[in-house]
Design a protein. Structure first.
Length: 305
């Protein structure tokens, strides 16, 4: 049996012949354990039982497998009683045969619930199911879960977006996004990059499609491309596109990181680590696009019915 927090028992090999067994205290379970393993001895140092014998580990695992349903039922009963004594009142928590948790699902909540023993995601109903036996773990994590859920309600997110829209940071981010959508990149007139091969920039991988020869305004260069140096000569615009996944797979990586002059000119040959990262991003974009196409296709089919 594997050693996990989710199980009621833990079995491991002892230093000598035998095995070490530990489980949550329950008088009835201890009584049955002592009856099944009369030679077992309690160790204050290990806070566990030591069972002698070459086959002890195998016998313990078999016994624990038989005990598990009984122990889990008892743990569920205790958790149900504990919840009744100190219940949580929350719109995110429903109580039936088990706890059902419906919330917005930011990463904070997912991370917290994954740490709760026996918690399971129900994809069909889009909720988390947690048995009563995990009540104590859920109770300890609930303040973080509820705070994160409330913060990620659409109304709260909308309020934060409205507050951010008036900030200088938001205006700068908007300008940067607009510039990115122009698909242009400044390059030195004296160091024109090759066309249609994978190159790296501080914004990610690109493939240059054309060098227009149009001079770059110094204000635009300073605001949006501060890493591109003007010391190598005047800057001119080059147009770019995203490399295809196939191009990223077949791109030949640089054996060494970019040198200072390569960084200052604004483009360089990608390293293997950079290519791997860009390939992951490309796969993620492909999956997102496929999901959107599937949703739109489903919506179109429903509209024609």
């Amino acid at each position: 049996m594997s050693t996990t927090e989710k199980t009621a028992f833990e079995v491991r090999a002892a230093d000598g012949p035998g095995a070490v067994a530990s489980f949550g205290y329950d008088a009835a379970t201890v009584e049955r354990f002592r009856k099944a393993f009369p030679r077992a001895r309690w160790s204050d140092e290990l806070r566990a039982w030591i069972v002698p014998g070459a086959t002890a580990e195998r016998r313990l695992n078999r016994w624990f497998d038989r005990e598990m349903p009984r122990v889990l039922a008892y743990a569920d009963e205790r958790g149900r009683d504990a919840f009744a004594f100190e219940p949580i009142q929350s719109k995110y928590l429903t109580v039936g045969e088990e706890f059902e948790i419906r919330t917005p699902f930011p990463r904070t909540i997912q991370a917290e619930l994954r740490e709760v023993p026996w918690a399971a995601w129900d994809a069909e109903h889009r909720l988390w199911r947690v048995p009563f036996r995990s009540w104590e773990d859920l109770r300890r994590r609930w303040p973080v879960i509820e705070t994160a859920a409330a913060r990620n309600e659409p109304e709260e997110r909308g309020k934060r977006r409205e507050a951010e829209r008036g900030s200088p940071e938001y205006a700068r981010a908007l300008e940067t996004a607009r510039e990115r959508r122009r698909h242009r990149h400044p390059v030195s007139a004296d160091a024109v990059p090759p066309l249609d091969i994978v190159l790296m920039t501080t914004s990610g991988a690109i493939a240059i499609t054309d060098v227009t020869g149009e001079f770059v305004d110094e204000v635009v260069a300073r605001q949006h491309y501060p890493d591109v140096s003007t010391e190598g000569g005047p800057l001119i615009w080059a147009t770019w596109r995203r490399p295809t996944p196939d191009e990223l797979v077949h791109a030949w990586p640089s054996r060494s990181p970019p040198l200072g002059h390569e960084l200052s000119r604004g483009w360089w040959k990608p390293t293997l680590d950079e290519l791997r990262d860009e390939r992951r991003k490309a796969r993620s974009i492909e999956r997102a696009q496929a999901t959107r196409r599937q949703r739109h296709s489903g919506a179109d089919r429903n509209a024609t019915r």
